[in-house]
Design a protein around this ligand. Sequence first.
Ligand SMILES: Nc1ncnc2c1ncn2[C@@H]1O[C@H](COP(=O)(O)OP(=O)(O)OP(=O)(O)O)[C@@H](O)[C@H]1O
Ligand SMILES: [Mg+2]
Length: 510
Amino acid sequence: MEDYIVRMEHISKSFPGVKALDDVPLDLKSGEVLALLGENGAGKSTLMKILAGIYTRDAGDIFIFGEKKDTWNAKIAKENGIAIIHQELNMCQHLTVAENMFLGREPGKAFLLNRGDMNKEAAKVLDNLHVDISPKALVGSLPVSKQQMVEIAKALSVNAKILIMDEPTSALSSKEIDDLFVIIRQLRAEGCGIIYISHRLEELSHIVDRVSIMRDGRFISSGSFSDYTMDSIISDMVGREIKEKFPHVDCKAGKTILEVRHLNAGRMVRDISFSVREGEIVGIAGLMGAGRTETTRAIFGIDQKESGEIFVDGREVRIRKPSDAIKNGIVLAPEDRKKDGLCTKLPVQHNISLPNLDLISDKAGKVIRRKENTMTEKAIDDFSIKVSDPGVAVQNLSGGNQQKVVVAKWLSRKSRIVIFDEPTRGIDVAAKVEIYNIMNQLKKDGIGVLFVSSEMPEVLGVSDRILVMCDGRITGELSREEATQEKVLTLATQFEKKIETKGEENGTEH
Ligand SMILES: Nc1ncnc2c1ncn2[C@@H]1O[C@H](COP(=O)(O)OP(=O)(O)OP(=O)(O)O)[C@@H](O)[C@H]1O
Ligand SMILES: [Mg+2]
């Protein structure tokens, strides 16, 4: 048994109103990647926070390198070589990249922080990850994907022997994911044990040796990855089979609902023109940084437009701020749930009712509680949000369930156009299907759906038509029938021709 570097037995943990973990085991060997899988709210993050000493367990035993650990907290866990990359970004926005990486353990003598060394050390780790970020950049100025890379770099800089990665790739581009996989394989070869949590099941085959599956706070099964199939993993996670992963309904496309003409807003939104018709879901595909989120933000009035027109149901609308968009029937479920989408300290109920106060208030502007309750109950029910009580603060929900709240709050009001920006990020397989079904229902109800997604199978499976963006422009449009992964990728990498400086490109790569 000595080869187990982590052994957890009979772990239980309750929060008010929920038994998050019930008699759960987990083992990890050195030099292996263990995938910890389960639906949203299954208890994965809770189990990992117990291993990292952040939460205390109610019951159960923890053995690290064969030694039983009775007193266990975050400090001791760190001293035992455990590092955790959290699911929710945990960065101090107003500090630099290097400061975040070395927070609490700055190099140099006591109280004397050697900034030069710190920046140099940070640059080394970032370089290893092939990330092009300055150690001196303010974290708050970076996009989510870069912040995620900093979080990863932070964990790697402590030379962990046991590394926990809770959804590290949900905000990364495919290139960044590839780089991360190289690092994971390298760490594994050096004998590090890695626990890997992800809802992107298709990436498991690249790195995973063993899987352990949980459901509703209980252990379901565990074994070598090669003994499982994708279907057996899903049925262990969900407790049933999922026949159709990308349900699609055929509707006849009707009249145009949204039309965008020659929209310009900064470098990432250049001369964007497209339309969405009744009865169709229009996907926007592209690589990370192609300008998809910026386009949705410009339409919704978060970012200023420089020029261009927007028509809803044939009528030109002026959108200077989000409330103008909402008034004209456009809603947006944004990409960055923590920053733009949720007030995490407020209860689920208020998060859902806040953007909809006009619908649940009387003439004097006073909220009618009965209406608020009905609205939240319906949303919780429609989206199967796992929460013991609508009064629970959003920050206590599992990551995927927080994402469901973002989508639910915007669908609680009638609209003409719903824009989803990466709506299924961090959401489990079964809940993804629920979100696709909701999109399909909107489409059947004659609402226009615009759907930004980085997951290729999802865009191809769900959209009726796909716009592909690259470098702030639309580089092509594909119908559902003609769209393939290759065609989308070709368009997604159609960069404008740069003026080449002869000969200088040679020899720099490989
Ligand atoms: N601090 C907390 N206070 C109250 N309840 C909590 C807290 N942390 C987690 N929970 C609850 O414990 C259960 C398990 O949550 P956990 O975050 O471990 O799920 P998960 O498997 O990581 O899900 P996801 O895939 O969505 O991230 C959920 O019902 C969640 O609401
Ligand atoms: Mg989680």
